[in-house]
Design a protein around this ligand. Structure first.
Ligand SMILES: Nc1nc2c(c(=O)[nH]1)N[C@H]1C(S)=C(S)[C@@H](COP(=O)(O)O)O[C@H]1N2
Ligand SMILES: [Mo]
Length: 401
């Protein structure tokens, strides 16, 4: 990089300086020409600008209650996903639960079974943490072939929010865990009664019974009025519309952990209870579907995350994996949260491939596609975390590589 970065960024990216500013005597200066207008009245609940268009693409489904929408990751900045753009995965639609009537039953292998109203939970000690939620099926289509046309299509079943609620540990301690209580089963109030078994150690570690997301009540799509937040674990166990937690001595083998959410391997056996989401990253700019306006300065940007801790490093290659550079990581780097990475790049206008790989605090490195499929075969629909290659053509268009 040349020494004077401000001049060099302008020069490198071809941004024109103002020509002939204030040259004509008597003519308005550029400053005097700056427009202004009388604005709209104040309003009770904010909305984004009419000029903003980022949205979750809603697929055309025969049964619209069973499906998902994806976060347009390439159209978000920083590490927080706006609640309105948080991905959705529903197995039986979005129930409309009245928080004045909804309760959480906590029972099973406990000394004191309890029923909490939402108001009860809000009186208890609270905690706020930034965590990603990622569907185990995120990038699932990439197992067969890396075909996702853009960042949303291949990685958009992942989002990151600040969640506020009661630490689950507090509720379990209030109920008094019996020593045989080794697992719990969390169940939702939607028609599919989503239910998942969770080891008690995780429940006593960092889980939240959350009632708020990004500073306001959880959105209906995210589980209003209560959801379980299980940091770093596959999205499915983050049970929405949470209505009961039952402490048990062994996993319940529910339909959602037997017929689904197991990982079929090459030899025909399956992995079960593969809860933790392994380290992953995706370049969001430049990414599939975008077009570079021309050679020159480009800031490569992307997101990385790991269910095992913090992101320690992201390497980026701009020559199809021959050489790698360390990207800058935006602070704070939080455990089990999105981390934004950035790398200044000078595109020479030639065809190339760009790719990122994440390394987490456990020392785990995001695998290449060949490495991943050699270990796990190609039968699974879940837990694909291979690196994503974007191909940049000489005309600046970006495609799946
Ligand atoms: N009750 C209930 N909880 C649920 C689901 C559901 O359909 N019903 N979907 C699960 C799945 S598969 C995922 S990936 C996450 C999605 O959370 P989100 O819709 O808030 O992004 O919620 C999980 N919790
Ligand atoms: Mo999911």
């Amino acid at each position: 990089m040349p020494k004077n970065p401000r001049r060099s960024f302008l020069q490198l990216s071809g941004i024109a300086a103002l020509a002939g500013c204030g040259a004509q005597p008597g003519a308005k200066t550029e400053e005097e020409k700056l427009p202004s207008e009388l604005g709209k009245p104040i309003r009770a609940y904010g909305e984004r600008s009419q000029f903003e268009t980022a949205k979750r693409a809603v697929p055309d489904l025969k049964r619209p209650q069973i499906g998902s929408t994806r976060t347009p990751l390439a159209e978000t900045e920083g590490i927080i996903t706006p609640s309105s753009l948080h991905f959705e995965r529903h197995h039986a639609g979005v129930p409309e639960l009245d928080p004045a009537k909804h309760t959480l039953l906590l029972h099973g292998l406990v000394d004191r079974p309890l029923v909490f109203t939402v108001a009860d939970l809000k009186r208890l000690p609270s905690a706020s943490h930034i965590y990603f939620v990622e569907c185990a099926g995120n990038s699932g289509g990439e197992w067969k072939a890396p075909g996702g046309a853009n960042a949303a299509a291949s990685f958009g079943l992942a989002s990151c929010s600040e969640w506020t609620g009661v630490p689950l540990k507090i509720l379990l301690e209030e109920a008094g865990l019996k020593k045989e209580g080794k697992w719990l089963v969390a169940e939702g109030a939607d028609a599919c009664k989503m239910s998942r078994s969770l080891p008690i150690d995780k429940a006593l570690d960092d889980c939240l019974v959350a009632y708020a997301q990004n500073g306001e009540a959880i959105r209906p799509e995210q589980g209003y009025p209560l959801r379980l937040v299980v940091p770093g674990y596959e999205g499915n166990v983050n049970v929405k519309w949470l209505r009961q937690i039952k402490v048990v001595d062994q996993p319940n083998q529910t339909k959602d952990e037997t017929s689904k959410y197991t990982d079929l391997l090459a030899d025909g056996t399956s992995r079960q209870f593969t809860f933790v989401m392994d380290a992953k990253s995706v370049i969001t700019y430049p990414s599939g579907g975008q077009k570079l306006t021309g050679p020159g300065f480009q800031e490569i940007r992307g997101l990385a995350w790991s269910g095992r801790g913090v992101i320690d490093r992201v390497d980026v290659s701009t020559d199809g994996g021959k050489t790698w550079q360390k990207a800058a990581l935006q602070e704070p780097r939080l455990p089990k949260a999105f981390t934004r990475f950035r790398l200044p790049w000078h595109w020479d206008g030639k065809e190339t491939e760009i790719v990122a790989r994440a390394v987490d605090s456990s020392g785990y490195t995001q695998p290449g596609r060949d490495e991943l499929t050699a270990a796990r075969g190609m039968n699974s629909a879940y837990h694909y975390n291979g690196v994503k290659v974007w191909k940049i053509a000489a005309d600046g268009s970006v495609k799946n590589g």
